[in-house]
Design a binder for this molecule. Sequence first.
Ligand code: ADP
Length: 303
Amino acid sequence: KKVADRYLKREVLGEGTYGVVYKAIDTQTGQTVAIKKIRIGKQKEGVNFTALREIKLLKELKDPNIIELIDCFPHKGNLHLVFEFMETDLEAVIRDRNIFLAPGDIKSYLQMTLKGLAHCHKKWILHRDMKPNNLLIGPNGQLKLADFGLARIFGSPDRRFTHQVFARWYRAPELLFGTKQYGPGVDVWAAACIFAELLLRRPFLQGSSDIDQLGKIFAAFGTPSPTQWPDMVYLPDYVEYQFVPAPPLRSLFPMATDDALDLLSKMFTYDPKDRISVQQALEHRYFTCPPQPTDPVKLPRPA
Ligand code: ADP
C-alpha cells in the first residue's frame, strides 16, 4: 500500500508511545525506512503550527549519532514521520546473554550516546525520553538516538506536557520531585542510568512507582541533604524521606574501573546545577585513558 505516493508500506515493526511504526520502502531512493504514524485525528486543534515548526527543527538536527528524520507529512488524519531504518537497539544488546561487553565496548556505546546528546544540547533541544530501546543501532554499529524532541512536541500519552515524560527508571530526581524548570541534566541522569545498565547488564534503578523510584535512588546514593541540593526542598512534590546513608558506589559496581566510577558518580549528582554536562562528560579521563572505545563496526550485536 502506498503512502503519499512515495512510500511502500511493509510490515508493522511495533507499537510505540505515539502510535504504530511501519517498515517501508522509499521508492524515490530505494532506501528502507521506518514510518512512525502519530494519531492526531481526534485532537481539537489538530497538529498545531508550533508542533510543525518544531518538527522542522528536528529535520535540521543532523548528526552521525542522531536518527535522521527524513520526511514528515499528514495522511488521513495522522502525522507520519519517516526515519532511517535501524536494525536493532541497545536494549537488545544489553539483554542478549550471548553477548559479552568488553570495557571498550561499553565505552564506545556510552560515547556515541553522549555525542548524540551533545549535538542536541548545543541547540538547546532536550531528549527527555532516553532509554536503551530509544538508542538504535545501524548496520555499521553506529548508535543513534531516536525520538529526539518528540516528548516535548507530543507530550507523553498518559500525562501530556507534564514532567512525566520519562520511562520511570531513567527519570532524574528533580523530575520525580515535580520540577517544572528542568534542563539538559535530565538527559545526563538518564545517560548515567544507561551507563550503569551497560555495566550491570540489567536496569539499575527499577522503581515500581514514582515514590519507589526515589526510594531506589536514595538507597543507591544516600538521601540527599539540603546542603548537597539546596533547591530540593522548594520542589513542588518534595517530601522529606527517612535518612539512608550512601553505600560505597564501588560496592554496587564491583566490575567498573575507577575512571568509570568517577564519571558515573558525576553524572549521578543530585543537584542538577552541579551535575556534569554532556560536553564535560565527553572530556572526562574515562574516555581518554585506555582501553580505547571499540570501533563501532567491531561492536558485538545480537545474531
Ligand atoms: P517506544 O515509543 O516504545 O520507544 P517506538 O515508537 O520508538 O517505541 O518504536 C516502536 C517499535 O518500532 C519498536 O519495536 C522499535 O524497535 C521500532 N522502531 C522504531 N523506530 C525504528 C527505526 N528507525 N528503525 C527500525 N525500527 C524502529
